[in-house]
Design a binder for this molecule. Structure first.
Ligand code: SF4
Length: 319
């Protein structure tokens, strides 16, 4: 399936008469680097592979962009206009909608909001039609301006969910997105992985377990003295103003607080008892254990400083 993506990039490169192509791949696809470079060389195009991490389309290698005629960014959907010299190459997994329907027959609710991650997004129109034939009412909605396709959800944005639905159907893998969708929507989420062809549910229990863990971290952070507020220089996750406001609020609340601006978040050498994350929201939710201290989202920092009540907990969203 990645073959199609490489072909697409090559054909665009030839059409645009590219001499030097920058290639940016997520870690899981970096294994194809040598093959891609060879394919481009055969067409007389020099390929320069980005050595940087590429977690999402917010993560453009701006330095490589300066060196290349075109930067081919693989496997992510664009979150904003960057430049016509950045070309996003999608990577789709070709799954069987019939198999998804078989699994979905266990769903009791009738009004559904359909969402997916980018590799499964291309079949949502077909899936909606088939679910409607099976008697469901299906909403396939486009979220905020950061979202390029109907039904697409990102780790930092669940606004494609139609909150008027009775339940959410998520097509994708892993627990992060369906759990986030359940917290964002307050609805039961049915997660169907096209790879496993199994249905998992994320409801009240998963939400409560998550909140308990987050509230324990906020409680721990209340006893911390030195707060390092993380801000990202990456164009799609840069929230410097928000970081400055949080740092100010923490100081007003009597905490020692300062702000650090990173490309790759790595606060090891900076003194801190607690980190506040304004970069990719997944750093606070998914990666916090690797930092050895509480890592709070901006909304959690607001609870800590008393600006927000515990009851109005929200997932961190970049709009
Ligand atoms: Fe993905 Fe994080 Fe970037 Fe959002 S901020 S697009 S979750 S890498």
């Amino acid at each position: 399936m990645f073959e199609k993506a490489i072909e697409m990039a090559l054909s665009i490169a030839k059409k645009k008469n590219v001499k030097i192509a920058g290639i940016q791949l997520p870690d899981g696809l970096k294994v194809y680097s040598a093959d891609i470079a060879e394919r481009f060389e055969k067409e007389g195009i020099t390929a320069i592979i980005s050595g940087r991490a590429s977690y999402g389309s917010c993560d453009i290698d701006e330095e490589l962009m300066k060196e290349a005629d075109v930067l081919f960014h693989f496997a992510h959907e664009p979150v904003e206009e960057v430049s016509d010299r950045v070309v996003f190459i999608p990577y789709r997994y070709d799954y069987d909608v019939g198999a998804i329907l078989d699994v979905a027959s266990e769903i009791d609710e009738h009004k559904l909001s359909l969402i997916a991650t980018s590799q499964y997004i291309h079949k949502l129109d077909e899936l909606k039609r088939e679910l409607e034939k099976a008697g469901y009412y299906v909403s396939l909605k486009k979220g905020s301006k950061r979202i390029s396709k109907k039904g697409l959800v990102l780790g930092c944005n669940f606004t494609s969910i139609d909150k008027r639905a009775e339940a959410v159907v998520f097509i994708g893998d892993g627990a992060f997105h369906p759990r986030g969708a359940a917290i964002y929507s307050g609805k039961k989420v049915y997660a169907i992985s096209p790879l496993e062809r199994k249905l998992k549910t994320f409801g009240e229990k998963e939400v409560q377990d998550f909140l308990k863990r987050r509230f324990a971290l906020i409680a721990k952070a209340m006893d911390c003295e030195v707060f390092c507020v993380l801000a990202s220089s990456k164009r799609g996750q840069k929230r410097l103003k928000l970081a400055m406001n949080i740092s100010r609020e923490l100081s007003i609340a009597g905490k020692k607080s300062y702000l650090v601006y990173f490309d790759e978040v790595n606060p090891e050498n900076f003194p801190h008892d607690c980190l506040i994350n304004t970069a990719c929201p997944r750093i606070a939710y998914d990666d916090w254990k690797r930092f050895g201290c509480p890592v709070l989202s901006p909304q959690e920092a607001e609870i800590l400083t008393g600006k927000r009540s515990w009851e109005s907990y929200e997932m961190d969203t970049i709009f």
